[in-house]
Design a protein around this ligand. Structure first.
Ligand SMILES: Nc1ncnc2c1ncn2[C@@H]1O[C@H](COP(=O)(O)OP(=O)(O)O)[C@@H](O)[C@H]1O
Ligand SMILES: [Mg+2]
Length: 399
C-alpha cells in the first residue's frame, strides 16, 4: 500500500519506528509534514496539495497530529476522509479525544468507568461541584493539557477555588475531578490497535508526585491486563472513533477508571517496556483495513429523504418482546435493524431469527415516519415560542 504518515517530527522515535515498520513490510511510505498541506475546495471534488503540488494518490494515512495543531491537522485528516483515503483515526475521533471534557461526555453514556467529573462556569457553582465529586483533595485539569501539564492536585477546597478562579481569569477552562487516591500515583496505559490491546504498561509516579506521566519522571513496567481492563480500553477507543489509541486508566477500587484516550500515543516508552513491535502491529492493521475507508454512516444514510437512523427501545410490555425480528413487523414497515444493543453487548447485523428481549435497543435505518411512532415519548422540554409582551424590550437588561 501507499501510506502517508502525517507528522511534523520525522526524526522522533515513534515516526521513525512506524516508517521502518512500513518499509520492512514492503509498503511505499512517506512522512509528510501536516502543516504543508493545502486543503483544496476549488475543484469538483475535495482535493489536497502538498508543498504547493498536487498530492499523489495514497491508500491510507496514519495521522500523528500534535496538540498544538489540532484544528489544522484534523482539517487535513477530514479532507483525506472526504477523498476516501483510509485512516485508522478519524478527524472526529481526534477532535473528541483531545478535549478532556468532550471525551468524558461521550464516554459517560456508554457505561465506561471514569473518575467522577464535573465542569462548571460560575463561581457560585465551584464548591458544590467539588463536594459532588467527593471534596478535597481534588484534581483540576485544563481541558487540553497533555504530558501531565495542567493537571493539579488541590489539597483543600480553598486552594482549589483559588486555582479555578485564577485559571478562569485567564480564560482557561478546568475540569474538577475526584482524586482517585487508591491508584497511588500509578496508572495503566493500554495501546489499542483495532479491536484489541496489543500492549500495556503501568506507569509509576516519581517520589510524592501523583502524576505518572513519563514526562513527569514516571517509570514504566510491562503489565498483563485483566480481561476487564482490556475490554474497557478497547471499548473506550471504539466509542471515540479511534483504531489506534493509548487509553489511560486508573486502578480504582471497583475496576478501571478511564482518564483519557490519546489519538497519537507515543511508542517509545511502551515498546521499550514491553519489547513488542507495536509499530509493526499498527502498520499491519492499516494494511488489513485499507479497503474500508471511513464512512460517516449517519451522514450517508440520511441522504435519502424521509429515511434516517434511529434507536428504538423494546419496552417490557410492548408487542415486540419474545418475537423474532422477522415476526416483529419492522421489515413490513420499511425498518431495518442494523444492530441490537443488549446490556453492554452488541449483536451486529441482527438476523431475522434474533429474538427480541425487553430493554433491547435497536439501531435502525428506515422510514422516519414509521420510526417516529416507536420512539418512546420524551417529557417535552421545548416550549412553544411565545410572542414578546409589548413592554419587554424596554425592561430588557443585558446579561
Ligand atoms: N482523578 C485522578 N486521580 C488520581 N490521579 C490522577 C487523576 N487524574 C490524573 N491523574 C494522574 O495524572 C496523570 C495525568 O493526567 P491525564 O488526565 O492523563 O492528563 P495528561 O493529558 O496531561 O496526561 C495521570 O497519568 C495520572 O497519573
Ligand atoms: Mg495522560
Amino acid at each position: 500500500m501507499r501510506l502517508a504518515i502525517l507528522s511534523r517530527a520525522p526524526r522522533s522515535y515513534s515516526t521513525r519506528r512506524l516508517r521502518a515498520a512500513a518499509v520492512d513490510r514492503g509498503h511505499d511510505v512517506k512522512v509528510l509534514n501536516t502543516l504543508r498541506f493545502s486543503i483544496d475546495l476549488s475543484g469538483d471534488a475535495p482535493d489536497l496539495q502538498f508543498r504547493g503540488r498536487q498530492l499523489r494518490d495514497y491508500d491510507a494515512i496514519l495521522p500523528r497530529i500534535g496538540n498544538s495543531i489540532t484544528y489544522f491537522g484534523t482539517a487535513v485528516v477530514r479532507q483525506f476522509e472526504q477523498m476516501d483515503v483510509y485512516t485508522p483515526n478519524t478527524a472526529n475521533g481526534i477532535t473528541n479525544s483531545r478535549d478532556k471534557l468532550r471525551a468524558t461526555q461521550i464516554l459517560a453514556r456508554h457505561d465506561i468507568g471514569m473518575p467522577a467529573t464535573t465542569f462548571v462556569r460560575d463561581r457560585a457553582d465551584v464548591i458544590p461541584a467539588i463536594e459532588r465529586v467527593g471534596g478535597a483533595p481534588v484534581v483540576l485539569k485544563l481541558l487540553e493539557g497533555t504530558q501531565g501539564i495542567g493537571v493539579i492536585l488541590a489539597p483543600t477546597i480553598k486552594v482549589a477555588e483559588a486555582i479555578i478562579e485564577t485559571l478562569q481569569s485567564t480564560r482557561q477552562q478546568v475540569l474538577i475531578q475526584r482524586f482517585v487516591s487508591e491508584s497511588k500515583g500509578r496508572d495503566i496505559r493500554a495501546l489499542v490497535v483495532g479491536d484489541r490491546v496489543v500492549a500495556a504498561m503501568r506507569r509509576v509516579a516519581q517520589g510524592d508526585e501523583f502524576r505518572s506521566n513519563v514526562h513527569r519522571g514516571g517509570s514504566v513496567e510491562a503489565v498483563t491486563l485483566d480481561a476487564e481492563y482490556e475490554r474497557v480500553a478497547v471499548r473506550a477507543a471504539q466509542i471515540m472513533g479511534l483504531k489506534v489509541a493509548g487509553v489511560d486508566m486508573l486502578e480504582g477500587n471497583d475496576g478501571p477508571l478511564v482518564m483519557e484516550v490519546n489519538s497519537s500515543p507515543g511508542l517509545e516508552g511502551i515498546e521499550r517496556a514491553t519489547n513488542l513491535d507495536i509499530a509493526g502491529a499498527i502498520v499491519d492493521y492499516i494494511g488489513d483495513q485499507v479497503a474500508f475507508p471511513q464512512i460517516d454512516v449517519r451522514e450517508r444514510l440520511s441522504i435519502s429523504t424521509g429515511y434516517g437512523v434511529a434507536e428504538l427501545v423494546v419496552h417490557g410490555d410492548a408487542e415486540l418482546v419474545g418475537r423474532t425480528i422477522k415476526e416483529s413487523g419492522l421489515w413490513e414497515r420499511d425498518i431495518t435493524v442494523l444492530t441490537v444493543h443488549r446490556g453492554t453487548s452488541v449483536i451486529p447485523n441482527a438476523k431475522g431469527r434474533e429474538v427480541l428481549e425487553a430493554e433491547d435497543r435497536l439501531l435502525c435505518f428506515g422510514r422516519l415516519e414509521e420510526m417516529r411512532s416507536m420512539i418512546p415519548e420524551r417529557p417535552k422540554r421545548r416550549k412553544r415560542v411565545k410572542r414578546l409582551p409589548k413592554d419587554a424590550m424596554e425592561s430588557l437588561q443585558e446579561d
